[in-house]
Design a protein around this ligand. Structure first.
Ligand code: PMP
Ligand code: GLU
Length: 399
């Protein structure tokens, strides 16, 4: 048989989804695993949104739509972005796809030529690196750590720019670290981006899940940056709608038009029914968003105080999103529950095997000193998971 695509064969599978699949498999075998793997909220989609989905089925929203989404959803997204973040767009600036993951891929597809460079601050969400490579471009990874609260500085960004640099990716607040760039920090980065004629891909999927500081959209702070920014967002996290698969890009009309063309030959359109549910999400009562945010805030507080009371591990309090990026490097070189711990993968694997707790090794996010916990799970599970972490670190295996 002839060989398959070299480009496709080189893609690494998503580590977050792999951990999710593994913990689901263990659970189905009756193993009592507590999972902190994939970042997926445990809340149900709010009732009015579900009802809008049901009404869409009853109303026969069963046909193809325009490949970049239905006009009323684009209008609802424009209204939402203006009311929530003070950024103005028209329908021609919006492209709806099957989840924000797909938005990122399509945005890069239409922006990048093979050999282009994309600056990617680390720790980063797993998909960016592979999506850049899937477009034949090169990720230029900028390491950050706790000393700068995992934030990239304008000097670091400027030093990484070459003749081949096309775009910069920012995630605000960040997955996996939860850190939030302030308006001042964004302005300093914007200056470098504009001066070097780069595009900004600004992933704002956690924008409404902020506990410390104020979220500011990069597109809102500077008209020059607005012209070169593609904002990425979607309903998955804010409205507990991961499986509905609706994400969107907001950005320059020329980019959106190319994305539309690309979609017309790939997915066609995002699910018509889900698009109508998303209209309710973006234009309906937003109380549900605040209710979920408050629950996450409680879990975050509990998580941070417990982790920082445990010897050998630590974390910075995340400003937003729903992840704890826990530094485990003090355990490197030791043996825990009979396993030698040399890096984040050893730690996560040993914790799963002997503590029955699923987390994602930081290596998947470009940092080998950490493991990521998603606290989009009940307080009860968080307590159970952290009790198990303590036992594990005390060499008391559960399994
Ligand atoms: N961006 C970030 C930073 C994420 O964590 C996720 C998680 N799924 C996504 C984008 C994609 O979200 P979705 O495809 O569910 O809209
Ligand atoms: N974004 C979430 C995560 O980081 C969901 C899983 C995924 O799509 O990667 O865990």
């Amino acid at each position: 048989m002839k060989s398959l695509s070299n480009a496709a064969s080189a893609i690494k599978p998503s580590a977050t989804l792999a951990i999710n699949a593994l913990s689901q498999e263990l659970k189905s075998q009756g193993v009592d695993v507590v999972s902190f793997g994939a970042g997926e909220t445990d809340f149900f989609t709010p009732d009015p949104i579900k009802e809008a989905g049901i009404a869409a089925i009853q109303g026969n929203k069963s046909y193809y739509t325009s490949s970049s989404g239905v006009a009323p959803l684009k209008a609802a997204i424009c209204g939402y972005l203006d009311r929530t973040f003070g950024v103005k767009y028209e329908n021609k600036n919006i492209c709806v796809t099957s989840g924000a993951k797909h938005v990122l891929y399509i945005a890069m597809r239409v922006m990048l030529n093979p050999g282009d460079e994309v600056i990617l601050p680390a720790p980063y969400w797993v998909t960016y690196e592979e999506a850049i490579r899937m477009c034949g471009a090169k990720p230029v990874i900028l390491k950050t750590d706790e000393t700068t609260r995992f934030k990239v500085s304008p000097e670091q960004l400027a030093a990484a720019v070459t003749d081949r640099t096309k775009a910069v990716i920012l995630t605000n607040p960040s997955n996996p670290t939860g850190m939030l760039y302030s308006e001042e920090e964004l302005r300093a980065l914007a200056k470098v981006i504009v001066e070097n004629d780069l595009y900004l891909i600004d992933d704002e999927i956690y924008a409404t899940l902020v506990y410390e500081g104020k979220f500011v959209s990069a597109a809102a702070i500077d008209p020059e940056l607005y012209k070169r920014t593609v904002v990425v967002n979607g309903v998955s996290k804010t409205y507990a709608m991961t499986g509905w698969r609706i994400g969107f890009a907001a950005g320059p009309a020329e980019i959106i038009k190319l994305m539309d063309t690309y979609l017309s030959h790939s997915t066609g359109n995002a699910c018509n029914i889900a698009q109508y549910a998303a209209i309710e999400a973006y234009s309906g009562d937003q109380t549900c968003v605040e209710e979920m945010r408050k629950k996450f805030a409680e879990r975050r507080e509990y998580f941070v105080s417990r982790v920082n009371a445990i010897d050998k591990v630590s974390c910075l309090p995340p400003d937003g999103a729903f992840y704890i990026f826990m530094n485990v490097s003090k355990t490197f070189g030791s043996t825990i529950c009979g396993e030698e711990i040399r890096d984040s993968s050893d730690f996560a694997q040993a914790l799963l095997k002997h503590g029955l707790v699923a987390t994602v090794p930081g290596a998947a996010f470009g940092s080998n000193e950490h493991i990521r916990w998603s606290y989009a799970t009940s307080l009860e599970n968080i307590k159970k998971g952290l009790d198990r972490l303590e036992k594990f670190l005390n060499n008391e295996p559960l399994a």
